[in-house]
Write a protein that binds this ligand. Structure first.
Ligand SMILES: C[S@@+](CC[C@H](N)C(=O)[O-])C[C@H]1O[C@@H](n2cnc3c(N)ncnc32)[C@H](O)[C@@H]1O
Length: 216
């Protein structure tokens, strides 16, 4: 089978499934204007995350890695009116910009930003669980630890999602990005595949979305 041009496929998917309203477009342009890194999810990732959260009836979700609130807006919009997204961010400036984004996109009432190093914040969050979903998108080196926390703190049938699971192709060509982040992602992906408490898969959209249901 001839593999079609991945960029054409990406733009086809974006046209069909990645429509952004003005608020999402502004959040992306503001991310750039404020000098924050452009490392947010893509619009079609956002659509996929919404699909998966809705499919498991998610009401209470934790996000690890807020940046400017782009993915947080997609997530919050997948939740019911009385739903709640708690999003964790280490950098207070990112958190400040994200709060503006949530105000702008009309989801601020159901989003709370917790500022701090994720491993410390998560420790305190356990008392507020269990949660219906966890989206992991912060420093890659701690992905295995974030996954351990998520498995312990999502309900049965809840969902765990991890961005950048393919790490720019380095998971199959180690030379592309050798180092501890790659090692951590490889360990993360192995656990998504093999942990008997999880039914997992990597969906090869963009840089790869790891998705696992808690089944045991
Ligand atoms: C890839 S960006 C998140 C992008 C965001 N999810 C989106 O798609 O719009 C990663 C974010 O995680 C934050 N971060 C990195 N390490 C962290 C840590 N140990 N604890 C909390 N936040 C962290 C960074 O400051 C950055 O804002």
């Amino acid at each position: 089978m001839t593999v079609p041009n991945p960029e054409l496929i990406e733009s086809y998917l974006r046209q069909l499934f990645g429509e952004e309203d003005d608020a999402l477009i502004e959040i992306r342009s503001n991310t750039m204007d404020q000098g924050l890194p452009q490392i947010n999810i893509t619009p079609e990732d956002g659509r996929l995350i919404q699909f998966l959260l809705r499919a498991c009836g998610a009401r209470r979700v934790v996000e690890i890695g807020t940046l400017a609130g782009y993915s947080g807006t997609w997530i919050a919009r997948a939740l019911p009116e009385d739903g709640r997204l708690i999003t964790v961010e280490r950098d207070p400036y990112h958190a400040e910009i994200a709060q503006e984004s949530f105000d702008r996109s009309g989801v601020a009432a159901r989003v709370e930003i917790r500022v701090g190093a994720a491993l410390e914040v998560l420790e305190t969050l356990s008392a507020e669980g269990p949660f219906d979903g966890v989206f992991i998108d912060a420093n890659k080196g701690d992905y295995p630890r974030y996954l351990d926390w998520a498995v312990e703190n999502v309900r049965m049938g809840g969902i765990i999602l991890g961005h950048n699971a393919l790490w720019g192709g380095a998971v199959v060509d180690y030379g592309l990005r050798p180092g501890t982040d790659l090692d951590a992602l490889l360990a993360f992906n192995r656990q998504i595949a093999n942990d008997p408490r999880l039914l997992g898969m990597i969906i090869p959209l963009g840089d790869g979305l790891a998705a696992a249901l808690r089944v045991g």
